[in-house]
Design a protein around this ligand. Structure first.
Ligand code: SF4
Ligand code: SF4
Length: 337
């Protein structure tokens, strides 16, 4: 391929989990690196990172603690056990343990509502709480670096950790021309929003099912909002060939090129079990051939002149994204009901 000019962020995303994002990302990273594309891979699923497993990375060059936010705690000697904090905490973080009010640090979001309401000012905060770990493999056995993040179970703001993961990956890329290949979390939550922020390109992975088409629409809405040019990868397309046309019609109507159709292939699961990308473990498997086709498309059609590819497939008009606001009482009712 012609040399990649500039730095480009390519996010592999899907509206739902289990559609093969990490398989696609791992194989794409290995094949693009083989083609000489300078790249850094980033696992942006801080709640369930698994790209390192698919790539067989079991040693990290560096592991750094990630601190963030605040959690409340109660000064026992001041607390009069009035229970107001439990009433006002919409997260349900205030508990009674052995007859005393306590704040569960795994649930507390540090919103300060309780301390404002406490009549005797018995609530304090711990700042910069250990909330996760940033892991860096400066050189995987495939030659490119991998950055990964893992949030502590129950801690909020995994999207901020994803931003840290991306920042660390950008640092490794430095000022070189190259690709930041990001394996996003499933869904359309804050981690995915952090992954997409600042990206130019996206691979949307979907399966030929009604649920996956619905999820594709949702993730595509987000990529449009961020002005990202998307391509579609249809995984396990042969499991429901009749529905492939539905996905392709959506892609056609929305100016999304179909970059690959990957067949269902038992070799993929076998390769995952061996912690090896399928394209290396079973290079002649049908799924591997389709992934080679995807890597060729990305290298030759997209990255060789990504700015013109972006202008061809960028969203026709920006998509407003209107978050659904939930009032505190609705949140409490949902939790209780
Ligand atoms: S509001 Fe203050 S005094 Fe009342 S239970 Fe909570 S911490 Fe204790
Ligand atoms: S800081 Fe917010 S989330 Fe934490 S206990 Fe107080 S009200 Fe609940």
């Amino acid at each position: 391929m012609a040399g990649l000019r500039g730095q480009v962020e390519l996010v592999v995303a899907s509206g739902k989990g289990g559609v093969g994002k990490s398989t696609v990302t791992a194989s794409l990273a290995v094949l693009l690196a083989e083609k000489g594309v300078p790249l850094v891979a980033a696992d942006a699923d801080a709640e369930a990172p698994n790209l390192h497993i698919v790539l067989g990375v079991d040693e990290w060059s560096r592991e750094e603690p990630y601190y963030e936010g605040r959690v409340a705690y109660i000064l026992e000697d001041r607390c009069t056990s009035c229970g107001i904090c439990a009433e006002v905490c919409t997260y349900g973080a205030v508990e009674i343990v052995d007859g005393k009010y306590r704040i569960n640090p795994y649930i507390c979001e540090g919103c300060i509502t309780c301390s404002a309401a406490c009549p005797v000012k018995a609530i304090r905060y711990r700042f910069q709480v250990r909330s996760g770990t940033l892991r860096i493999a400066e050189r995987t056995r495939y030659g490119f670096p991998l950055v990964s993040g893992e949030i502590v179970p129950g801690r909020p703001n995994s999207g901020k950790l994803v931003t840290e993961v991306k920042n660390a990956a950008k640092k490794l890329l430095g000022t070189r021309d190259g690709l930041l290949l990001i394996d996003a979390a499933a869904g359309i939550g804050c981690q995915v929003i952090s992954s997409l922020t600042g990206a130019q390109l996206a691979i949307l992975v979907a399966e030929p099912t009604p649920a996956s088409l619905s999820d594709l629409r949702r993730i595509h809405k987000l990529t449009k909002h961020f002005g990202i040019a998307s391509m579609l990868v249809i995984n396990k397309y042969d499991l429901n060939p009749g529905y492939v046309e539905e996905l392709e019609r959506y892609a056609r109507d929305n100016n999304i090129p179909v970059a690959a159709r990957i067949p269902y292939d038992g070799h993929v699961a076998k390769a995952v079990a061996k912690a090896r990308p399928v394209v290396l473990e079973y290079p002649d498997a049908p799924a591997s051939k389709a992934l080679h086709g995807l890597a060729d498309y990305v290298a030759e059609e997209v990255l060789s002149d990504w700015r013109s590819w972006w202008s061809r497939y960028k969203p026709r008009k920006p998509e407003p994204y209107i978050p659904i606001l939930i009032r505190p009482e609705q949140r409490k009712a949902r939790r209780q009901g």
